[in-house]
Design a protein around this ligand. Structure first.
Ligand code: NAG
Ligand code: NAG
Ligand code: NAG
Length: 496
């Protein structure tokens, strides 16, 4: 697989402010402009790197980091110039401050490398960014070789962990992967965009896995795989995710969350402008039962402008994930979620309609607002909406009267004609190919060109750093929302 970093709702009953957003007045992305990090260039070719596709680049990256980046006072850039490199040993780049990783070449993981779980780890980084200046930065994991040979090499491509505030901008890098692709652990003030992930079509190949301590902005990303597109894990708060293209993928997700174990702390998540082509779901929130009463929460979040062409599930909330029922003593409490403007088609509306919510019988969902779903089914002529234990407004949600306590309630409704406003979608141009990338053939790194390639990114970001096209940064107040842009490469099947 491969992956590329290039280049109030309100609950319904309560009146609140806007929910699901970045932290007001706190910019995302690196603090120091890139220009201040380019005074010291730590070129891997000067530290033993050879662009011959054979020599291990791992040692050279480590040396460039410890002997140059960490020695530089006031900013440095670790450079992997254009060319082809092999990596056979995993790299851990620990505790750098004010630095950039400029990946302009293609790094390929050797099948029998020693990675200890990850090809490249950046940890305890402060004021860090990773980018590619030529759109050719890529990590090719050659996962198909591992799957053919049954080798135990199981490296993630890139893991970025940051405990210090002020973090990451990833841009313009193509990455190709073997197992999971990109991890952001405990990110703060993260910006992450222009990434293409291409993986085999099987589970266990998540695109982007995020835990966000505070304030993370993820946008303009494309994922082709058969597991999650972008997965938000606990703990996460104040996350904005927008302009995401999930191609033959699992789709967007939150979870899995364990009521009996680690619990959950997820709130203020805003996902919008999410485009799904033949995914397993548009969005799934998945939790396990257990614990004693409500253990943790997913709440105060907004999910809007989701569009699908032929998805298996659309909105899918499952509190008995994987059919696990025991012990059915409690659950993660899910409340104050707003879903609006969902369009497109599910594959088989009779078995999986546009709304399928299997809430906990012990801790029903409350203040769930379902609004403006304009969907229909590709196959058959009915669509069944299912709300088990869902209180709120819209479609199959049940109204909670007065100060009644939520009690178990099951509601289904069978639609015999398209939901109001439905417009039949066509297959998006970026979603060609009905089968995914398969498992035993190489996945192309640079082709097709990332569909967001000509997209300038959000205007507020450009204002902050006009030199760098699409560079992140800027800030957003709690009620301000940036204009959403249609990437020019987008085939366009949306209603307008
Ligand atoms: C995603 O990240 C979380 C937090 O680091 C981790 O617990 C989880 O195992 C990861 N998911 C996968 C599929 O590896
Ligand atoms: C609904 O979402 C689509 C994208 O899926 C967007 O093009 C459209 O403008 C949205 N409509 C409203 C009323 O926000
Ligand atoms: C979407 O996935 C298909 C494989 O099913 C692939 O052929 C196509 O190139 C992917 N689109 C993009 C933009 O990567």
């Amino acid at each position: 697989m491969r992956f590329s970093l290039a280049t109030t709702t309100a609950g319904v009953l309560l009146v609140r402010g806007v929910i699901g957003q970045l932290v007001s007045g706190v910019p995302v992305g690196p603090k120091t402009p890139l220009s201040q990090k380019s005074g010291t260039i730590c070129d891997v070719l000067k530290y033993g790197g050879v662009a011959d596709g054979k020599t291990d680049i791992g040692v050279a990256i480590t040396n460039a980091f410890t002997k140059c980046v960490l020695q530089a006072n006031g900013g440095a850039t670790l450079l992997v110039p254009e060319g082809e490199y092999l990596i056979t040993t995993g790299v851990v780049l620990n505790a750098g401050t004010k630095w950039a990783f400029q990946l302009d070449g293609l790094i390929t993981l050797s099948e029998d490398g020693r990675f200890n779980g990850n090809a490249i780890v950046v940890k305890r980084a402060t004021d860090f960014e990773m980018f590619s200046s030529n759109g050719k930065g890529a990590i090719q994991g050659q996962g198909y070789k591992k799957r053919i040979s049954g080798s135990t090499q199981d490296a993630r491509l890139l893991r970025v962990c940051s405990t210090n505030p002020r973090t990451i901008l990833t841009k313009d890098t193509q990455i190709d992967s073997p197992t999971f692709h990109l991890f952001h652990n405990d990110a703060t003030n993260l910006e992450n965009y222009h990434i293409t992930v291409r993986g085999g079509n099987k589970g266990g190949l998540d695109g982007i896995n995020l835990t966000c301590l505070s304030n993370c902005y993820i946008h303009h990303i494309e994922v082709t795989n058969r597991d999650e597109c972008i997965s938000v894990k606990t703990p996460s708060r104040n996350v904005l995710i927008e302009e995401i293209y999930c191609n033959q993928s699992g789709g967007m997700s939150i979870g899995s969350l364990d009521a009996g174990g680690t619990g959950s702390d997820i709130e203020y998540i805003h996902m919008r402008n999410i485009y799904v082509h033949q995914c397993t779901q548009m969005l799934m929130i998945k939790t396990w039962p257990g614990g004693s009463g409500a253990v943790g929460h997913v709440r105060n979040s907004l999910f809007e402008n989701f569009h699908a062409y032929d998805t298996t599930y659309a909105l899918d909330i499952d509190q008995y994930w994987y059919g696990r029922k025991d012990p059915n003593t409690g659950a993660i409490a899910i409340s104050d979620l707003h879903f609006r403007n969902w369009t497109g088609t599910v594959n088989n509306g009779a078995s999986r309609g546009p709304i399928v919510i299997r809430g906990s019988d012990i801790v029903p969902l409350t203040d769930i607002k379902l609004e403006d779903f304009s969907m229909w089914t590709e196959n058959g002529n009915v669509a069944v909406l299912q709300c088990n234990n869902v209180y709120g407004t819209g479609y199959c949600a049940q109204e909670l009267k007065g100060d009644a306590e939520p009690s178990p309630v099951a509601a289904t409704s069978t639609l015999r004609e398209p939901m109001e406003g439905f417009v039949k979608p066509t297959r998006p141009s970026w979603g060609v190919g009905p089968t995914g990338y398969g498992l035993t053939v190489p996945i192309p790194v640079y082709t097709p060109a990332p569909m967001w390639g000509t997209n300038p990114g959000p205007s507020r970001a450009r204002k902050r750093d006009p030199q760098a096209e699409g560079r992140g940064g800027g800030q957003r107040g709690p009620t301000e929302t940036p204009p959403s842009r249609k990437p020019r490469g987008y085939g366009g099947h949306r209603r307008s």
